[in-house]
Write a protein that binds this ligand. Structure first.
Ligand SMILES: *Cc1c(COP(=O)(O)O)cnc(C)c1O
Length: 417
């Protein structure tokens, strides 16, 4: 660690840091639960020296865990060689990443037409997707369909697709044309396409993350593909949370129980892509989608910068080299089976795929359970009043998973008090 960073990090306890936090940062997130100073593998440490097993991974971001040597090595090497160039120029890592992303997004051979737009976040990838939908639809096709419960980001375009009223209402009016359909309701989807006015795009999360790890019902994505194709609309998948191996396949829509091999027009990824470094991408797979942006119509200063590209390439490399997709599948199955097997009365079930998991609770005590988990040394997220989200690093071991399962009954007992 550099002396500068060490100097900032040492010395204060959590109470003092929290006081300084509230005096310096806008109150968009509420007070922090802990102030963290260090991470290694699946563990993080707070300013008082307490250790936590990180079962949230920065909200499905730190796929390789914390301070992975291959990732930090690639980032440092790239930053020490060439850090930023603007999009007037290109870099080998950026080009290689774009090629790799098109390969990984197609379960089969890479279509010639596939193209990538690189961003710094999931929101920006989805903002690009909204603009892509507008380019496709033009003025005569303003309708964009999304689902109730959807979360697609907080910029005005992405927010227009996001469903939660508490996120939208303070910022209205939002860009128009978006309709939210009942979640997983095939009939409603068919009716939306039969209604007057052409649809420019249908935007879906294969598993809704922020709404509580809610998988779309079997067959829904296939039907969505058929309807969009028949009506000349784009099918855009938001895999910001579910993509890049989180469900045990590169994309959730590759997962046999989720997408079953459909080919969308465009896919947005971000969270896990850079293993903790901010980077996102909109990947178009069809000719129709890949050629919609003309030079000058969309852009970014930082998007595609060499450091972010190196981080993403390193993350992909480690996932392949260490066969982490297999580990995600097996550890995820182990964890879900173990939690589902708990005879604690508050455990109502589990849902999700791979290492994107919700522990379903029989009572709305998720917030209290997450607090109790933290006190017991585990980071989980109360994604819904009655659900705990687990999205741990792909490198989580079964022993680490078991330590949480063993602690869960006591955590839930405390949550009930
Ligand atoms: C997190 C998330 C986003 C927004 O990504 P940011 O990187 O926070 O901008 C968009 N869509 C989904 C499905 C997400 O989970």
């Amino acid at each position: 660690m550099s002396e500068l960073i060490a100097g900032v990090t040492q010395s204060l306890d959590q109470g003092e840091w929290t006081r300084r936090y509230t005096g310096a940062l806008m109150n968009t997130f509420g007070p922090p639960q802990r102030v963290l100073v260090r991470g290694e593998g699946c563990y993080v440490w707070d300013a008082d020296g307490n250790r936590y097993l990180d079962l949230l991974a920065g909200i499905a971001v730190n796929s390789l865990g914390h301070a992975h040597p291959t990732l930090t090595g690639a980032i440092s090497a790239q930053l020490g060689t060439l850090g930023h160039v603007s999009n007037f120029f290109a870099s080998p890592v950026q080009i290689t990443l774009a090629e790799r992303l098109t390969e990984l997004t197609c379960a089969g051979p890479r279509p010639e037409a596939a193209r990538v737009f690189l961003t710094n976040s999931g929101t920006e990838a989805m903002e690009a997707a909204v603009k892509l939908a507008r380019r496709h639809g033009g003025a005569d096709r303003p309708r964009i369909l999304a689902l109730e419960g959807a979360f697609h980001g907080r910029s005005m375009g992405a927010l227009a697709l996001t469903h939660k009223p508490a996120y939208r209402e303070p910022f209205e009016p939002l860009p128009g044309g978006v309709e939210h359909l009942p979640f997983g309701d095939l009939r409603a989807l068919e009716e939306a396409f039969a209604a007057p006015g052409q649809v420019a795009a249908l935007v879906l999360e294969p598993i809704q993350g922020e709404a509580g790890v809610r998988p779309l019902p079997a067959g829904y994505l296939a039907a969505a593909r058929e309807l969009t194709t028949a009506h000349g609309a784009l099918l855009i998948l938001d895999e910001v949370q579910t993509g890049m191996g989180r469900t045990g396949t590169w994309m959730a829509h590759h997962h046999p129980q989720v997408g079953g091999g459909i080919v969308p027009d465009a896919v947005a990824v971000a969270k896990g892509l850079g293993g903790g470094f901010p980077v996102g991408a909109l990947i178009t797979l069809t000719e129709a989608a890949a050629t919609l942006f003309q030079p000058g119509q969309h852009g970014t200063t930082f998007g595609g910068n060499p450091v972010a590209a190196a981080a993403a390439l390193a993350t992909i490399h480690v996932i392949e080299r260490d066969d982490l997709l297999t580990q995600v599948t097996s550890t995820g199955e182990h964890l879900r089976t173990a939690v589902a097997g708990s005879d604690h009365p508050l455990v109502a079930g589990v849902r999700g795929a791979g290492l994107l998991i919700a522990v379903e609770l029989a009572e709305p005590v998720a917030a209290a359970a997450a607090q109790a988990a933290l006190r017991a040394g585990f980071i989980v997220n109360p994604v819904a009043p009655d659900a705990l989200r687990l999205a741990p690093p792909y490198v989580l071991t079964t022993e680490q998973a078991d330590s949480f399962v063993a602690a869960l009954p006591q955590i839930l007992n405390e949550a009930r008090q």
